[in-house]
Design a protein around this ligand. Structure first.
Ligand SMILES: Cc1cc2nc3c(=O)[nH]c(=O)nc-3n(C[C@H](O)[C@H](O)[C@H](O)COP(=O)(O)OP(=O)(O)OC[C@H]3O[C@@H](n4cnc5c(N)ncnc54)[C@H](O)[C@@H]3O)c2cc1C
Length: 461
């Protein structure tokens, strides 16, 4: 307790609140509160303008379930907004406290609770890379993770993410068998723990922490594979996309498959001549058992393998792992070099027609750079784009989105909005709102992030 508290909302006696949080690690210093009220929303100039002034009144760092219970009860007694934060790597201001109040930092809740064949149970704040390292001691591995896995937590992935590296092989988080069990703490005067099993976890998945604090989760593991990180180069982007489609052959065991056009090359400086400016790249992680077939397929499509090695081998050569060249790391690589870019997320109609991307290449010129990730969802192959868009103001960004949605069955997942529904989901998830009535009856959790919650739903308990 080292700094003066911010000016409190009229009805809140912050000294009394702090007294009730006694025994917990409470952060009041303005610089730390600011830092712990941000995520990667800065990818979006629109969100940057909207969110940069949003700051928690207090940050509470919790280490145990009892800490969460105490903080949740205090939030309920004082009717304070409470926003869970873990790695803070979400892109849409997901853990930004729009109305101030308490930010509940769960990063110290990171213990492994149980590990057996095919499953691992961990506290929600555990970082995914750490979980994977533990699983690998038993010859197993996480089924999927975001490229931010060195920092991102499993709870944040479930509450804020959708899938990622590994989704080409195992589907998305929502798919059956990936999420096995979760325990969730309610926010009310006497917080309770609710256990969710199997499909019940959908109630808190991608709910942005609006309906309960996830305490611990059990997720499925698969036998570990020492993936070969490959880069395959093509003279045309169409060639890269056609190879991406051909590599969906189920006979090939592939963990990651992404295409990135040549204009990203200057941003991938550590790739050096392995991704030259006149070639388009396919970044993949391939099972050693599939490498012979993979090489043959690449050659048949006119591709040249410029990188093939384990992650350790690539790092030893100063090359990035394939997963740091794909998904939203593409945007990060570009923004590191030039902050004049922003991005868009697109889901393409299936079966994927590369002509749609060729049309966008011709139409948008140097304003939009192409990159596609292939993944399985609900048992089907899907194609998703994270496109780099030159920032020319909100109207231009809107015009690009409208144009993309106007043809070819493309669906935009707008990354410039803060609500679950305006972003990817499009509709209110009634089961998540029903669960919120049980888990957050006063509507205190991460307010402003779901359009489905209406003030009249709040109950004082
Ligand atoms: C470069 C880059 C690449 C990315 N790639 C991917 C990707 O491939 N796939 C993907 O899905 N995402 C991706 N993301 C988004 C993000 O990194 C992941 O979703 C990540 O798993 C979020 O975890 P976190 O711990 O950082 O969560 P945070 O950002 O801290 O939180 C995310 C949301 O979850 C809530 N939350 C966190 N912990 C809990 C909890 N214990 N209980 C309840 N609610 C909680 C927060 O309130 C917030 O709404 C990427 C982001 C970046 C910047």
């Amino acid at each position: 307790m080292n700094a003066r508290l911010p000016t409190p909302p009229a009805a809140v006696d912050w000294e009394a609140v702090r007294a009730e949080l006694a025994g917990l690690h409470v952060i009041t210093a303005s610089s730390q509160r600011k830092q712990l009220s941000k995520d990667f929303y800065w990818y979006s100039p629109i969100l940057t303008a909207q969110l940069s002034q949003c700051v928690a009144d207090l940050v509470v760092k919790v280490s145990t379930e009892d800490d969460v219970r105490q903080a949740a009860a205090v939030a309920a007694r004082w009717k304070l907004p409470i926003t869970v934060r873990a790695g803070g790597t979400g892109n849409y201001g997901q853990c930004v406290p729009l109305e101030g109040g308490i930010v509940l930092d769960v990063t110290q809740m990171c213990r492994v609770l149980d590990l057996s064949e095919g499953r691992i149970r961990v506290e929600a704040g555990a970082r995914m890379h750490d979980i994977d390292l533990t699983a690998r001691e038993t010859g197993q591995a996480l089924r999927m993770w975001p490229s931010t896995w060195h920092v991102a937590s499993i709870g944040g992935f479930i509450a804020g993410g959708f899938g990622g590296i590994g989704s080409f092989r195992h589907g998305i988080l929502r798919d059956p068998g990936n999420l096995l069990r979760a325990r969730v703490m309610t926010v009310e005067r006497e917080p309770r723990v609710i256990e969710l099993v199997g499909d019940e976890i959908q109630q808190v998945h991608h709910a942005y922490g609006t309906n309960g604090v996830i305490l611990d989760v059990e997720v499925a593991l698969s036998p570990a594979v020492e993936w070969v990180h490959c880069t395959v180069l093509f003279p045309t982007y169409r060639g890269a996309l056609d190879f991406g489609i051909a590599a969906q052959d189920p006979a090939l065991d592939i963990f990651l498959l992404s295409t990135v056009e040549s204009r990203f090359s200057p941003f991938y400086t550590s790739m050096r001549d392995r991704f030259p400016a006149d070639r388009h790249a396919v970044f993949t992680m391939v099972s050693p058992a599939s490498m012979a077939e993979f090489r043959a397929l690449a050659a048949a499509h006119g591709g040249t393998l410029s990188v093939a090695g384990t992650e350790a081998e690539l790092l030893a050569e100063g090359l990035p792992p394939a997963y740091e060249c794909a998904f939203n790391h593409t945007t990060l690589q570009a923004l590191k070099a030039d902050r004049g870019w922003t991005y868009l997320q697109v889901a393409y109609a299936q079966p994927f027609d590369p002509a749609v991307v060729e049309r966008h290449l011709a139409l948008f010129g140097d304003d939009v750079l192409q990159h596609q990730d292939f993944a399985r969802a609900h048992g089907e192959c899907g194609t998703f784009g994270i496109l780099l868009v030159r920032w020319k103001g909100e109207d231009h960004q809107e015009a690009v989105m409208r144009e993309i949605e106007s043809q070819g069955g493309c669906k935009i997942f707008n990354p410039h909005v803060v609500t679950i529904e305006d972003g990817g989901m499009k509709t209110i998830d009634a089961q998540q709102i029903e669960f919120k009535k049980r888990s957050d009856p006063m509507g205190l959790m991460n307010p402003g992030k779901t359009l489905g919650w209406q003030p009249h739903m709040a109950q004082d308990r």
